[in-house]
Design a protein around this ligand. Structure first.
Ligand code: PLP
Length: 388
């Protein structure tokens, strides 16, 4: 057998090395606590699961779904955008349900990128933006996200020869992994930049509902001219603890939505309809669960920040997202500090370099860890000692 270059070039899975060490420790009977993975620990709210079970019993939902999703789901998405962001969307032309945002994020590259084309990608960033680009034969230009710029990319600093080849600009706020947020003014500037340079914007916004201290993140679709230049990916995964059910959406520019729909109609056969029904209930039912979950995450955020400071790490409390982006102590790299936490305290964190070279000097801690485990983890973290 001969595998394609495409497969050979896929980077090794971020956690291979760490997983091996965890397995070794667990085999010795040691308890390892992981702050590594961003996957809500709280179950999907009961009213959503009730609808899912009921819909699963209806034979109407046992057959192939349509790629474009149920009309009622597209309408529920448009209605949710109207209520939450004041943005009006055409449910037939500007809304496309997805099998999770990740699926659409990977597939949109097929609609834009050819060999030699460039995608502008945040560094650190969610790995799928650059992998989707690589799989289509394109190149990623990494835009550094730096603390001194509040983890926003400096769009004016991108070289002209790169801009000339750029087809897509990826943005993600509230941001994974840095926890940074963007305001409407930044999105206005990005939309203007995209129009000027004829680049399509893909904004990835799965964390707009995970926010703290009463803060309400904005949508890229609220920006001036947004629907002329781009789309926004969103997801029910983080808003409603539905990562296991795989449902998300893309909204915005009608041409881009249509291109993605045509591509997808040749690749997949839609989202199981019972899950679409559950999504309708999530989006149009009571939104109380969002505040309840955010209160839990906020308490965890404060506990972790407090602990990190006690052991001498610098970390700002994030205004949104599920992550704390903490600076490693002097004398350590992202990887050596992660190793030290695992060796000394049986704690797993993600090295910042797993999200790109500009993640060096940071580690990411996820807040999706049940309270009992979190408290155990905090007690273990307190044992950490800088090596001398
Ligand atoms: C979790 C996450 C997604 C994926 O969401 P799904 O809808 O579960 O595929 C996309 N982008 C970012 C930045 C994420 O953290």
């Amino acid at each position: 057998m001969k595998y394609s270059k495409r497969v050979q070039n896929l980077p090794p899975y971020l956690f291979v090395q760490i997983s091996k060490k965890i397995a070794e420790k667990r085999a010795k009977g040691e308890e390892v606590i992981s702050f590594g993975i961003g996957d809500p620990d709280i179950p999907t709210p009961a009213h959503i699961i009730d609808r899912l079970c009921q819909a699963a019993r209806d034979p109407v939902n046992h057959r192939y779904p349509e790629t474009e999703g149920l009309s009622e789901l597209r309408r529920a998405i448009a209605q949710w955008y109207k209520q939450r962001f004041g943005v009006s969307l055409d449910a037939d032309k500007e809304v496309l349900p997805l099998i999770g945002a990740k699926e659409g994020i990977a597939h949109i590259a097929l609609c834009f990128i050819e060999a030699g084309d460039v995608a502008l990608v945040p560094d650190p960033g969610y790995p799928v933006y650059s992998i989707g680009t690589m799989l289509t034969g394109g190149e990623s230009y990494y835009m550094p996200l730096k603390a001194e710029n509040d983890f926003l990319p400096d769009l004016d600093n991108i070289p002209v020869n790169v801009l000339n080849r750029a087809k897509l600009l990826w943005l993600n706020y509230p941001n994974n992994p840095t926890g940074a947020v963007a305001d409407l003014e930044f999105f206005n500037r990005a939309a203007e930049f995209a129009r000027k340079h004829d680049i399509a914007i893909c904004h990835d916004g799965p964390y707009t509902e995970v926010a703290f201290d009463g803060y309400q993140p904005v949508s890229f679709m609220q920006a001036k001219g947004a629907r002329e230049v781009g789309i926004e990916f969103h997801s029910l995964s983080k808003s409603y603890n539905m990562t296991g059910w795989r449902i998300g959406m893309a909204v915005g520019n009608a041409g881009m939505i249509n291109a993605l729909m045509r591509m997808k109609s040749n690749l997949d056969s839609g989202i199981p309809q019972a899950i679409q029904q559950a999504a309708i209930t999530a989006l149009s039912g009571s939104q109380d669960c969002i505040k309840e979950h955010n209160d839990i995450y906020q308490r965890r955020r404060d506990r972790v920040i407090e602990t990190l400071r006690k052991i001498g790490l610098e970390a700002k409390p994030p205004g949104a997202s599920l992550y704390i982006w903490a600076k490693v102590p002097q004398g350590y790299t992202s990887v050596s500090f992660s190793d030290s936490l695992l060796e000394q305290c049986n704690i797993v964190v993600t090295p910042g370099t797993g999200y790109g070279p500009n993640g060096e000097g940071y580690v990411r801690l996820s807040l999706t860890i049940p309270d009992v485990m979190l408290e155990k983890g905090i007690a273990k973290l307190m044992q950490w000692k800088k090596k001398v």
